[in-house]
Design a protein around this ligand. Structure first.
Ligand code: 13P
Length: 250
């Protein structure tokens, strides 16, 4: 049985004092959960989040990184830098980065490799636009993004990658994919991984759903055969809502 992984993506929200308060409030509420809990916070909150989450079961991630270790890349942060302060996870290839910051399948692949080289665990985002869905191209788009993101990784690295299926039209819109559509998309990703890396690897990979996940729809999404948790945006900014998602409570 695969574990469930519930990750919050705070995007460009929350200041250090709010981060400390949030984690102090959340930690006792989720201390007994059997699910993995991750908060992916802005760079400026990472250090505070890591300190506050020490001795709790909340893990901390970043939302992006550069693929180079160091160098003349003004404004960027490397995997080596994230690892140096004990960050554990890093989101790579979020659709907002693909859309606004020229992230491509090629840079996603470079970043995933650099994450592993630096001992970080990547959460790789894939997902289709509404246009692509309406054209019947969901499977083609998301399996291709997955294949390109994972190219050149070892089986072990693929098994340690978390994939987040996030249909772009469902992000921040209040529209969630139906549990059947979400599960079908996740299954298609798992099938593609099986084709390339073998069934054993595919059976072990955590594949989350993301896009307007909230406490009122989390439990039905998590009841599906292939959905192994969620990458949560807006609803991860409120302690009560996020802890309900982690506990699958309505
Ligand atoms: P929302 O949950 O706000 O729709 O955002 C989803 C997302 O982009 C998580 O990475």
């Amino acid at each position: 049985m695969r574990r469930k992984v519930i990750a919050g993506n705070w995007k460009m929200n929350m200041l250090p004092n709010e981060t400390i308060q949030f984690i102090e409030d959340l930690a006792p509420l989720v201390k007994d959960t059997e699910h993995e809990v991750i908060l992916c916070v802005p760079y400026t909150d990472l250090f505070y989040a890591l300190l506050t989450a020490q001795n709790t079961n909340i893990k901390i991630g970043a939302q992006n990184m550069h693929f180079a270790e160091s160098g003349a890349y003004t404004g960027e942060v490397s995997g080596k830098m994230l690892k140096s302060i004990n960050v554990e996870y890093v989101i790579i290839g979020h659709s907002e980065r693909r859309q606004y910051f020229n992230e491509t399948d090629e840079t996603v692949n470079k970043k995933v490799k650099a994450a592993f080289e630096n001992g970080l665990k990547p959460i790789v985002c894939v997902g289709e636009t509404l246009e692509q869905r309406e054209a019947g191209k969901v499977e083609e788009i998301i399996t291709n993004q997955t294949k390109l993101a994972l190219e050149g990784l070892t089986n072990e690295q693929v098994e340690n990658t978390i994939i987040a299926y996030e249909p772009i039209w469902a992000i921040g819109t209040g529209k969630t994919a139906t549990k059947e559509d979400a599960n079908d998309a996740v299954k298609a990703i798992r099938k593609k991984i099986a084709e390339i890396y073998g069934q054993n690897v595919a059976d072990g990979v955590i594949i989350q759903y993301g896009g307007s996940v909230k406490s009122s729809n989390a439990s039905e999404l998590f009841s599906m055969s292939d959905i192994d948790g969620a990458l949560v945006g807006g609803a991860s900014l409120k302690v009560d809502e996020f802890q309900k998602i982690i506990k699958f409570e309505q």
